[in-house]
Design a protein around this ligand. Structure first.
Ligand SMILES: [Zn+2]
Length: 288
């Protein structure tokens, strides 16, 4: 990134349930990082994976973020309203012969890669070089998924599922490019998706500066368990039900990060005024 490129960051929850404290910590870190750079901060709902989306979750997630004290620039974008952009990107890749239909089931792939059940497996390339006639014949049997013909990644990952839903890597990369995102601060659980998204960004926008991906460690609770949505009691809603205010939770999260000593309750904007970028970097390092 050159100094003349303005910082644009984002937070992008999937509205598949309540936000838990780990989500809020990541949101707070992403927001602080953007604002410490005097950057813009955008809010995006990753609500395209329709079967998993829970009705009312998007509204609840937004309410929790506002309650915590996070603000953002411009309107919230919803992936479910951006199909035309994903179609356009997908069609462009297809026109450049970067996409091929795949007729394999999970079982086919596992067997072709001779991988044990449950192991992470790279796509063995079974359908990469099917002829047009072979494709047409296979299409009579089943609807294909579509994979990226990837020269520099570990495998040809799925861009569009057989049910027509665009895969996470495609929609996220298209959104990040289209919205001019420069920095992605997100949970370390998404670190594995960087290689694919970098590759895709290179295909979709070869002349653009690469995005900077910053992984922040996930919050662990006292028992050492990774916080997740299955711990219902640790949702933001549960904290609010116990009578806590947004600034009280923001202060608690900041204290856990070693950003403040917690002796004073600080709103998110007061917290922002009381720390600098070195503090932020130290906090993320000590979490790792
Ligand atoms: Zn295949």
């Amino acid at each position: 990134m050159t100094n003349s490129t303005p910082y644009v960051g984002r937070y992008a929850p999937s509205p598949t349930g309540d936000l838990h404290l780990g989500n809020l910590q990541t949101a707070l870190l992403a927001w602080l990082h953007a604002r410490l750079h005097s950057g813009q901060f955008l809010m995006r709902m990753e609500d395209i994976d329709t079967p998993r989306v829970v009705e009312g979750s998007a509204e609840a997630n937004i309410r929790d973020l506002v309650w915590l004290g996070i603000d953002w620039d411009g309107p919230i974008s919803y992936q479910s309203e951006r199909h035309a952009l994903y179609d356009q990107a997908f069609d462009g890749l297809q026109a450049h012969n970067k996409v091929f239909p795949c007729f394999c089931s999970r079982k086919d792939i596992r067997e072709a890669a001779s991988a044990p059940h449950g192991a992470a497996i790279a796509y063995p390339g079974t359908c990469r070089n099917l002829s047009a006639a072979e494709q047409a014949k296979a299409e009579l049997e089943k609807a294909p998924s579509f994979r990226l013909r990837c020269n520099q990644c570990e495998d040809d990952f799925v861009l569009k599922r057989a049910d027509g839903i665009y895969a996470y890597h495609l929609v996220v990369t298209v959104d990040d490019l289209e919205q001019g995102i420069t920095h992605v601060v997100r949970g370390a659980d998404l670190e594995d998706s960087q290689a694919q998204q970098r590759q895709l960004a290179k295909y979709l926008a070869p002349d653009r500066n690469p995005l900077e991906y910053i992984s922040v460690p996930l919050k662990f609770d006292e028992a050492g368990d990774r916080m997740s949505k299955r711990f219902g009691s640790e949702s933001a809603q549960a904290w609010r039900d116990r009578g806590l205010s947004g600034p009280q939770l923001a202060t608690q999260l900041a204290k856990d990060l070693g950003l403040v000593d917690g002796s004073q309750t600080l709103s998110c904007s007061e917290l922002l005024d009381s720390i600098n970028l070195q503090d932020w970097q130290r906090a993320v390092r000590q979490l790792s």
